[in-house]
Design a protein around this ligand. Sequence first.
Ligand code: MN3
Length: 245
Amino acid sequence: MFQTSLSRRRVATGLAVSGLGLMVNRRAHSAIHVSAQDAPDGPFTLPELPYDYAALEPHIDTLTMQIHHDKHHATYIANLNKAVADHPDLQEMSADDLIVNLDSVPEAIRGAVRNNAGGHVNHTMFWEIMGPVPIAAGSLADAINRDFGDLAALQTAVNTAGTGRFGSGWSWLVLGADGKLTVVSTPNQDNPLMDEVGTPILGVDVWEHAYYLKYQNKRADYLTAWWNVVNWEAVATRYAAAGGQ
Ligand code: MN3
């Protein structure tokens, strides 16, 4: 609850103070925003979007992408850097390593690391698996047909999990240790790796900040539209990297 209200306040403040920056230069704008947050510069840094803010129009609007990347993702990174500021051992770890080793994170910062390393990992994946590329024949397509029947059934399962998630969270396609694909949802910025549910191959952000400007309360419409912008080549790469066959 604290994290949510803090993020929202930061977004509102950033928009009021630097609304012009949104239209000028995204790199300069990001730098202004992060430096204004009184956080260390590292070790974690905001990855650049692999495409333009407008690349996912009309399904995901430009302003949503700007706020989502430059404000929300940047805030997770700033708060993660603050959380590990006094922990050199944790600064040596990747965000992926942090979220699978939360038990070894000191209790005083474990919640902050869970939320903010989770937010960093989840959004880094999210940007990577968007940028429309259709699904191609291959092992991932075969596995989807094997485990769901067809692609439409997978999409329905992800959408159902996403609309069923109360409040904020994610809907995921994961590869389990048994080699099977399944759909799960998680609250907040949790990731299926945290509880060894499986390796996320695809995930869709169902926090309101991901869709509210364009879709308002219609999360189901956002989820339906979102499939138009999935980069299936990136998803297939993740499937192969996770050991999928
Ligand atoms: Mn988000």
